[in-house]
Ligand binder design. Structure first.
Ligand code: T68
Length: 836
């Protein structure tokens, strides 16, 4: 606000006193000690790793904040079009290491803390992950923020500041248990902005009000419950640039009048704070479902709370520029990360027509030019649908506007395709039924100017299946593809510094971290013996590190020279961890049959799993139990000692991924074809020199195209055959189960991995459940392909060639490329020019 700024004549005084970034080791150390002694009020007598972490983080943070303030002022002056990335999830992981690397301060910090008696790795390890996300969707948002800042785009993220992130997973007696993740005890990376407080209304009624300029009776939404949104800002530093963007997370609290003194004074203390707690509940917890829509009222409240606060903020910022409304889409691009923020479309239309008194059509044209919608799934159970009675009660005015949007849309469809009643039924935002439900993806399509999928196959599939009618209606230009990417800063440079250094020594420095296509220079060195040796030594060192982590956390010793076969991701039937563990059982049964001589010829393998199951997803929890049970049997079996180990890594998260990803020989991306929209960990593993065993699904297809078929182990049926196969399972006569899979099921049912009842549902899903994910159709191909993996691994030199060649060809999968595509084809924004 203008009143809050320092008067012109005094500004020179301020500028002379302005905080400056520290430079060099001594200044850094001084800042660390100052923070430990004053900010934390500790001393040389009680400075442990944790205090050293806090001091270091606060010192690094100071430099970050100075850059951040300057960036924000600079962007405001430039007054360019900005991007707003709306995501209910930002899976950031840890910040300190990333902040040091992006600002170029890591070496300074390493030396600095070492002279103070600490190891930088131990300090980094003190930090709690910021785990405000479930999986790929949330991590993609985090990678995109890194790229937006690195490429100097003026961009803000908007999300929710959950008090509890994704739960911590504990394995108790082989089963998953969930523990709340209270992560805010000490979070130096967020800045509360108590001055940015926005009132958000829920419930209430819509009543007729005065007439507007055009003589129409206005609709007034009033009398609802009010909750306040408080902004918490997080700086997002770009790599090797001054650009430091903002991530704004909203926290809910009761608005002024909530505390009921009446109740308090009459002795009802608990009653007096009940409403207060209700308000705080909105941002209390992240919903732990990945690719499942649960349809709970609190979730809808979260969505509206976050969307309304964000739009209020965006509109306020636009208004400060005093431009006419029609320029709104020239200043603002809003990207919807899945349908979770779809109400933003309705809210902006409401602001325009109800508050700013704009005619409907004018408002709607601005709205649709502002929004872009990214779809992340075709799974029917993940497509968001909200019950009409629920929306009617919580957001009565929004429901009216949704009905109007739908009416005008259906009228336009009717004009284009007269008399096609079934088409109108199919594309209506309102799905008939008891109750009626709102199809949020349809609303998102209607209210956006671009709709994109996240990998080529996925973008083709949404056009051909779930959104086919909309392609007919809007034309194919509205639909596009932006294949996902990952940030090479975190997923190579930070997670695997030795590999990053080796690459830099060959491709001419670290520029490849800003232009990942530069990796292709590596191909020149595939014939270089010493280089190859160093390459494989780095892989081995990463495996040794993971083996140590496994030993420390599970007490199980694994052989770093065995083939590390890794599948880490959310546990889901479509991702088919069950096929992986069935394959492990099959391998175990074969090993048991072998003579000692035959066993000597086998490639030792360590099968590593990790990932959380949604707390209510019973089948996923059964799969975890089977994995841990197989581990209990196999790991102790002296007969096959060393040839097979099965590990389940507890509580898989971003910081653990940074240890796991560099350590794979092979990683598994084996979803039923057509179900995994993209996948992004596939990219991370290959970028770190691991090979892939995978299906022709999601980004695996483009990875194959880039790195070459000879460098990937593909298996299974193609997406185009899935429908037929499912039909056969359901209606075909006497389909016999693949004999290899039958053998595995028999072993499970014989109780070799504990009571067979534990797994009866899982086995039933393959037989009487029609095997929806086609495990039986792909199993023999899977097993055969795993044999090819063993063969290939015996030729270590050939393996190294595949590994290096693959990395050299991974340039396409940088999130920088993805962000540039969004900027050019969807947002129409330019990078900010920074003064040198
Ligand atoms: C993932 N989706 C896709 N969803 O499964 C993955 N869902 O293929 C893709 O690579 C990734 O998005 C990025 O595009 C998710 O992660 C969720 O986490 C989610 C959360 C809430 C509700 C529904």
């Amino acid at each position: 606000a203008v009143e809050a700024s320092i008067p012109q004549p005094l500004r020179e005084t301020w500028r002379k006193l302005a905080a400056a970034e520290f430079t060099g080791k001594e200044q850094f150390q001084k800042e660390v000690v100052r923070h430990v002694e004053t900010t934390l009020a500790r001393s040389i007598y009680n400075c442990d790793d944790n205090a050293a972490y806090s001091g270091t983080a606060l010192a690094i943070r100071d430099n970050l904040v100075i850059k951040w303030n300057k960036t924000q002022q600079h962007q405001t002056l430039q007054d360019q079009k900005r991007v707003y990335y709306l995501s209910l999830e930002f899976l950031m992981g840890r910040t300190l290491d990333n902040a040091m690397l992006n600002t170029g301060l890591k070496d300074t910090a390493r030396e600095g803390v070492s002279e103070l008696g600490f190891r930088i790795e131990d300090i980094i390890d003190q930090e709690h992950d910021a785990a405000l996300g479930n999986g790929g969707l949330g991590r993609l948002a985090a990678c995109f923020l890194d790229s937006l800042a690195t490429l100097n785009y003026p961009a803000w993220g908007y999300g929710l500041r959950y008090r509890y992130g994704i739960f911590k997973q504990e394995i108790i007696n082989g089963f998953q248990a969930e523990v709340p993740d209270y992560w805010l005890d000490f979070n130096p990376w967020e800045f509360p902005r108590h001055d940015v407080a926005i009132d958000i209304m829920f419930y209430g009624t819509v009543n007729p009000g005065p007439r507007d300029d055009r003589g129409n009776i206005k609709k007034v939404w009033e009398g609802g419950e009010i909750v306040q949104a408080i902004a918490y800002d997080v700086p997002i530093p770009g790599y090797g640039t001054a650009c430091t963007n903002n991530l704004r997370l909203w926290s809910s609290k009761p608005s002024g009048g909530e505390f009921d003194f009446g109740k308090f004074n009459s002795g009802d203390y608990e009653g007096s704070i009940r409403d207060q707690q209700r308000a705080e509940t909105i941002s209390a917890v992240l919903y732990p479902n990945d690719n499942i829509d649960a349809g709970k009222e609190l979730r809808l409240k979260q969505q509206y709370f976050w969307v309304a606060a964000s739009l209020h903020d965006i509109v306020r910022r636009f208004k400060k520029s005093h431009r006419p409304w029609k320029e709104f889409p020239d200043q603002v691009a809003i990207q919807l990360n899945d349908t979770h923020p779809t109400l933003a479309i309705v809210e902006l239309q409401r602001i325009f027509i109800d508050i700013e008194n704009m005619p409907w059509d004018e408002a709607w044209s601005i709205v649709t030019r502002t929004f872009g919608y990214t779809n992340h799934t075709v799974l029917p159970e993940a497509l968001e649908k909200w019950s009409v009675p629920l929306v009617q009660n919580l957001l009565p005015r929004h429901l009216q506007i949704i009905y109007d949007i739908n009416l005008f849309f259906l009228q336009s469809v009717e004009r284009k395709f007269p008399k096609d009643r079934d088409l109108l039924r199919r594309v209506s935002v309102v799905e008939e039924g008891t109750p009626q439900v709102l199809r949020m993806a349809y609303l998102a399509i209607i209210g956006s100017h671009k709709v994109n999928g996240v990998a080529e196959l996925h973008s083709d599939l949404i056009k051909a299946t779930i959104f086919k009618d909309f392609v007919d209606i809007f034309g194919t230009d509205k639909f596009t593809n932006v294949t996902n990417g990952i940030t090479p800063r975190r997923w190579l440079h930070q997670a695997n510094p030795k590999l990053s250094d080796l690459i830099a020594s060959k491709v001419g420095g670290y520029d490849f971290l800003k232009d990942l296509t530069k990796l292709n220079v590596l191909e020149k060195f595939v014939g270089d013996k010493t280089f190859k040796k160093e390459w494989m030594e780095i892989k081995l060192a990463a495996k040794v590190k993971l083996a140590k982590y496994i030993k420390d956390t599970t007490q199980i010793a694994v052989n770093p020279h065995s083939l590390f076969d890794i599948q880490v991701k959310r546990i889901h039937e479509y991702k088919r961890q069950q096929m992986n563990i069935f394959g492990v059982i099959y391998r175990y049964l074969r090993l048991k049959e072998m003579t000692p001589e035959e066993r000597k010829k086998q490639v030792p393998r360590t099968s590593i799993f990790g990932g959380k199951a949604a707390p209510g997803y019973w089948m996923a929890k059964t799969i975890i139990r089977l994995i841990t049970a197989v581990g209990e049997v196999v790991n102790q079996d002296e007969e096959i000692n060393g040839l097979l180990k099965v590990i389940f890594i507890e509580d898989y998260n971003v910081s653990k991924a940074e240890i796991i990803v560099p350590a794979s020989d092979i990683s598994e991306h084996i979803s039923t074809a057509g179900t995994e929209a993209s996948g992004t960990s596939n990219m991370k593993f290959v970028l770190n020199g691991g090979l892939i065993i995978g299906t022709c699904d999601g980004a695996n297809i483009e990875i194959t195209r880039e790195i070459g078929e000879e460098n990937i182990f593909l298996l299974g049926n193609l997406a185009e055959h899935v429908e037929d196969l499912r039909h056969q399972h359901r209606f075909g006569k006497d389909v016999v189960m693949d004999p290899k899979l039958r053998e595995v099921c028999d072993a499970i049912e014989a109780g070799r991995f504990g009571p067979e009842q534990t797994y009866s549902g899982l086995i039933a899903s393959l037989t009487i459940g029609f095997d929806y994910y086609l495990v039986s159709d792909d199993f023999s191909s899977y097993v055969a392909t795993q044999d090819l993996v063993d063969e290939a691994y015996k030729d270590q030199d050939g393996w190294a060639t595949k590994s290096i060649t693959s990395v050299a060809r991974m340039g396409f999968f940088s999130a920088d490329r993805a962000i540039n595509e969004y900027a050019d084809e969807i947002w129409n924004v330019e990078p900010t020019k920074f003064p040198a």
